[in-house]
Write a protein that binds this ligand. Structure first.
Ligand code: ADP
Ligand code: MG
Length: 254
């Protein structure tokens, strides 16, 4: 965790009593979650427990019905009533999905330069030199002129990471970034994420990679049926979970 943690830095995410329903399904139940700059938070829990919905609320991809949510000083209101904040948040929060979601008709370099040019107004030269630096950082500088379909899954996911970083996000969200990858490609994506964590990026990561979580997380949150059941430092949560539900989940996945 970065040294900013200990002083009076504003949290980058402050979620209070957040509730989310899909029709009659109560998917998130009174969630309180505060994340400070530089913190790496890993979210674990069974399939269908609400992990994706929770992180999708943070960048406004999902509306919520009640509670409060402030992301980097932008307040998101219930029922999506915060158009201005939503636009700002979308440019400040990067997201990497399980399915890489690259633009298939654009080359790698064009995938990475598109948003900085369109949304941030960068010149093509600046966007390209930035993109090259980022592609180099995730170890795929030599793939810049290829198309997504010509790359392995691990390479595509690293392009997706570079593309998100090109917007200079204040916060990065990851939703099972390695779940769609062949086993031999998981390591290269986790390595890139590990580097990012070391550099002090604030990250919220949904993953089933428990070894990775133990190594990089400042805090692990276990969510069960839309509620935060237990959270803590990875060593504590993994080695001595307090709640019976956490224990039985970990017994199944570890
Ligand atoms: P997780 O990511 O932990 O697997 P999700 O957040 O995707 O869980 O889903 C939580 C619950 O919400 C599940 O019961 C899921 O079926 C439901 N759900 C997710 N998205 C939608 C949607 N767009 N419409 C209706 N129900 C949904
Ligand atoms: Mg999910």
């Amino acid at each position: 965790m970065s040294e900013t943690m200990s002083n009076t830095t504003q949290p980058i995410v402050r979620m209070q009593q957040l509730n989310k329903h899909f029709g009659s399904l109560h998917v998130l139940n009174d969630i309180d979650l505060t994340i400070v700059p530089g913190e790496v938070v890993v979210i674990i829990g069974a399939s269908g427990s609400g992990k994706s919905t929770l992180i999708r609320c943070i960048n406004g991809l999902e509306e919520f019905q009640s509670g409060s949510l402030v992301v980097d000083s932008n307040e998101l209101l219930p029922h999506g009533k915060s158009t201005k904040a939503l636009q700002t948040i979308r440019t400040e929060v990067g997201m990497v999905f399980q399915q890489f979601n690259l633009f298939p008709h654009l080359s790698v370099i064009d995938n990475v330069t598109l948003a900085p040019m369109k949304v941030r107004g960068l010149s093509r030269d600046d966007a390209v030199s930035n993109a090259k630096r980022l592609l180099d950082r995730v170890g795929i500088a030599d793939q810049a002129d290829k198309y997504p379909s010509q790359l392995s899954g691990g390479q595509q996911q690293r392009v997706a990471l570079a593309r998100a970083l090109a917007m200079e996000p204040r916060l990065m969200l990851f939703d099972e970034p390695t779940s769609a990858l062949d086993p031999e490609m998981i390591g290269e994506v986790l390595d890139a994420m590990r580097e990012l964590a070391k550099e002090g990026m604030t990250m919220v990561i949904v993953t089933h990679e428990m070894g990775f979580a133990r190594e990089v997380a400042d805090r692990v949150i276990f969510i069960h049926k839309g509620e935060i059941t237990e959270q803590g430092h990875p060593e504590k949560l993994f080695d001595s979970p307090q709640h019976e539900r956490t224990q039985s989940f970990l017994a199944r996945v570890l």
